[in-house]
Design a protein around this ligand. Structure first.
Ligand SMILES: NC(=O)c1ccc[n+]([C@@H]2O[C@H](COP(=O)([O-])OP(=O)(O)OC[C@H]3O[C@@H](n4cnc5c(N)ncnc54)[C@H](OP(=O)(O)O)[C@@H]3O)[C@@H](O)[C@H]2O)c1
Length: 171
């Protein structure tokens, strides 16, 4: 089971402007829906036979690093990342035939990022999808794709102060 659906909206937490997508919808699609779908389908997944089954959550490099323009999105992805780790530990002990994986793509040129001026810095959707599938085939539990590998060093409390000064927070 691959959880890929996601939505995002630019929002300014300091302003009263209403973005096109509500905070509730953003949290529901990105976090609540994959959690509930997984709960409902765990029984089926754990009876998949000798080859077992997998659940893979597509989070984002933004689960690891702050971005001012996408506050609810990154919170929803960080929540999904925490849930992934918790579920992985629980199932390892109770239903080891179900592997719990996470794929963390960098910026990818899809409808979601249309209009963002990132030059040639975005990955193609084909390359991102290929990396996600290859990670699943290889049984990779934490599939950091391209530069998100380095974001792990930001995901460390001591580094937030350094990151606060970076332009990325203002994007
Ligand atoms: N693009 C990036 O830079 C980037 C980076 C890191 C992670 N991601 C993650 O990668 C995943 C795919 O994003 P994308 O870039 O391919 O975005 P996208 O082009 O906007 O596609 C979003 C996908 O989510 C589905 N979806 C949205 N709302 C849904 C709902 N309520 N119910 C069911 N399906 C729904 C859409 O289905 P329909 O087409 O049927 O509407 C579409 O297939 C997301 O989880 C996103 O957060 C994206």
């Amino acid at each position: 089971m691959l959880h890929n659906a996601g939505i995002t909206a630019k929002r300014d937490l300091m302003s009263d402007d209403e973005p096109s997508i509500s905070e509730e919808d953003e949290m529901t699609v990105n976090f609540i829906a994959p959690v509930e779908l997984t709960s409902h389908l765990l029984g089926v997944l754990s009876q998949r036979g000798p080859d077992g089954a997998f659940v893979c959550f597509v989070t984002s490099g933004l689960a690891l690093t702050p971005k001012r323009a996408s506050p609810i999105y990154l919170v929803s992805k960080a929540a999904l990342r925490s849930y992934t780790k918790l579920l992985r530990a629980l199932l390892k002990a109770t239903r080891p035939s179900v592997k719990v994986m996470e794929a963390l793509p960098p910026a990818v040129a899809t409808e979601m990022t249309a209009g963002l001026d990132k030059g040639d810095n975005m990955m193609s959707p084909e390359a991102s999808a290929k990396s996600i599938v290859q990670g699943i085939d290889a049984g990779k539990l934490d599939n950091y794709i391209e530069k998100t590998y380095w974001f792990r060093w930001i995901d460390c409390p001591g580094n937030w102060r350094i990151h606060d000064n970076r332009q990325a927070l203002n994007d």
